[in-house]
Ligand binder design. Structure first.
Ligand code: PMP
Length: 389
C-alpha cells in the first residue's frame, strides 16, 4: 500500500535511537546509547504519596476530561518558577501543558511549517526535533555548532540569504553534544533575530541539571516577540508522565497551538498533571534536583577520566557543564558507524553521529550518554570502546 502513505510520513526518518535501543536491551550490553535519566532519580515514594493524596482530595476530577491548556495550578507553578529563577514575566496564560516537550515540537511544526519553509537547526541537532519537523516537509538548513554555541557568522549569512521561518536551539547542555551557549553567543543571536520575524525555539529539558558554572539567561525568552521556550518534567521528575510545556508571550501563536493540541489529543494526562503539581508543592524540589546534579556530576567526571585514560589523543570530546551527554569526534575520515559495529561486538553501545545531521552520512562523531550507567560500567564501557578504536 506504499502509494497510500502521506508525503509527510514517507519523508520522516524512523528513530535510529529506537532501533539501537532494541539492540541494547540485553543485560550484557553496556549502553551509552539511550538518553535515559537514571531511574534512581525518580521520586517514587513521594509520587506514590501524591497520587494517593490527589485521589482522596479531588476524587473523580483527576480521572475526568480536562481543559486543553492544562491544569491551572500547574501552569501557575511553572510560570512562577520561571519568574523566580530567570526573572521572566510569564503568567499561566503563557503556558500550554503538552504531552512531553516532544509534542511541543510537533505542535510547532503543525502550526508554523508549510512544505519547503526553511527551518534552521543546530548542526549536529536533536534528532527528535529533526524527526518531528520532518513530518511537515520543511527545507532544513544546518547552522554549525561550535564549543560556545551556534556559529553566529553562519547564522547571520543564512538570515540574509533566505527567509528562515524557525530557528531551533537547545542552549543548555545540548542534545547531542552537551554544549552550552556562552552569554556572548546568546546576546548575539538575540541581536540577529531582533531584526526579523523568525520564530526562535529554545528547547530546554536539561536546564535544571547544571553541575558546573553559573545559570545563564535565555536567548530570546521574554525578549523577542516571536520566541518560544520549551520545558519538561522528564529529566527532573519522570519521563513516564509525558508532561512538558510550551511558554510564549505571543498570543496569536498560543491560540493556534491550543487548537492544534485540541485536534491532536484534547489534553495531556490530567492525573499526571495533578500528581506533578501536588508533588512539586509538597516536596523540596530544589534538594531533589541537587541530588540528581550530584549523581550526574560523578558519572560525567568518571566518563571524562576514563576517556582521558583509554582513548587515543586524536579522539576529541566535549566536557559538559550539565545535562546527560558528551560528544566525541574521531579523526577525519573515520566513520563512527563502523566503530559502532565493532563496539557492539564488545557489548558496548553509543549513538553514531549520522542521525543528528540532515546532510551527511558516515560522520566521524558519536554521542555518549553517562546518566544511566554506574561508574564501574562507565569505566568498563569506555575501555571496551577504546579497544576497538
Ligand atoms: N528536546 C530535547 C532536546 C530532548 O533531548 C528530549 C528528550 N530526549 C526532548 C525534547 C523530549 O523530551 P520529553 O520527554 O519532554 O518529550
Amino acid at each position: 500500500m506504499e502509494q497510500l502513505f502521506s508525503d509527510g510520513i514517507r519523508n520522516t526518518p524512523s528513530s535510529f535511537i529506537r532501533e539501537i535501543l532494541k539492540v541494547t536491551e540485553s543485560d550484557e550490553i553496556i549502553s551509552f546509547a539511550g538518553g535515559l535519566p537514571n531511574p534512581i532519580s525518580f521520586p517514587t515514594k513521594d509520587l506514590n504519596e501524591s497520587a494517593n493524596r490527589v485521589i482522596q482530595q479531588y476524587e473523580s476530577k483527576v480521572f475526568q476530561y480536562a481543559t486543553t491548556e492544562g491544569y491551572e495550578p500547574l501552569r501557575e507553578y511553572i510560570a512562577n518558577r520561571y519568574q523566580e529563577k530567570y526573572n521572566l514575566s510569564y503568567h499561566k496564560e503563557n503556558i500550554l501543558i503538552t504531552t512531553g516537550s516532544q509534542q511541543a515540537l510537533d505542535l510547532l511544526g503543525k502550526v508554523l511549517i508549510n512544505k519547503k519553509d526553511v527551518l534552521a537547526i543546530e548542526r549536529p541537532g536533536y534528532l527528535g526535533a529533526i524527526q518531528a519537523f520532518s513530518m511537515y516537509q520543511p527545507t532544513f538548513t544546518g547552522i554549525d555548532l561550535e564549543n560556545d554555541g551556534l556559529n553566529t557568522n553562519m547564522l547571520k549569512d543564512k538570515l540574509m540569504q533566505t527567509k528562515i521561518k524557525l530557528l531551533y536551539t537547545v542552549p543548555n547542555f545540548q542534545n547531542p553534544t552537551g554544549i552550552t551557549y556562552s552569554f556572548e553567543k546568546r546576546e548575539q543571536i538575540c541581536g540577529l533575530l531582533s531584526d526579523c520575524d523568525t520564530v526562535l525555539v529554545e528547547d530546554d529539558p536539561y536546564g535544571d541539571l547544571r553541575f558546573e558554572g553559573e545559570n545563564l539567561p535565555y536567548i530570546g525568552a521574554n525578549k523577542l516577540p516571536n520566541s518560544v521556550l520549551l520545558g519538561s518534567v522528564s529529566k527532573i521528575i519522570t519521563p513516564g508522565f509525558r508532561l512538558g510545556w510550551i511558554c510564549t508571550q505571543n498570543k496569536d501563536l498560543m491560540k493556534h497551538l491550543v487548537v492544534a493540541k485540541q485536534a491532536s489529543d484534547l489534553h495531556s494526562n490530567i492525573f499526571a498533571q495533578y500528581v506533578t503539581h501536588d508533588y512539586l508543592t509538597h516536596n523540596d524540589i530544589k534538594s531533589h534536583i541537587d541530588k540528581i546534579r550530584q549523581l550526574y556530576k560523578l558519572q560525567s567526571s568518571t566518563m571524562l577520566q576514563a576517556m582521558k585514560q583509554y582513548f587515543p589523543e586524536s579522539v576529541k570530546y566535549t566536557k559538559p557543564q550539565g545535562g546527560m551527554f558528551m560528544w566525541a569526534s574521531l579523526p577525519d575520515g573515520q566513520s563512527a558507524l563502523d566503530l559502532f559495529h565493532r563496539a557492539s561486538e564488545k557489548n558496548v553501545a553509543f549513538v553514531p553521529g549520522d542521525p543528528f545531521y540532515t546532510d551527511i552520512t558516515n560522520a566521524p562523531t558519536f554521542r555518549l550518554n553517562y546518566t544511566n550507567s554506574n561508574p564501574e560500567a562507565i569505566q568498563e564501557g569506555i575501555k571496551r570502546i577504546a579497544s576497538v578504536m
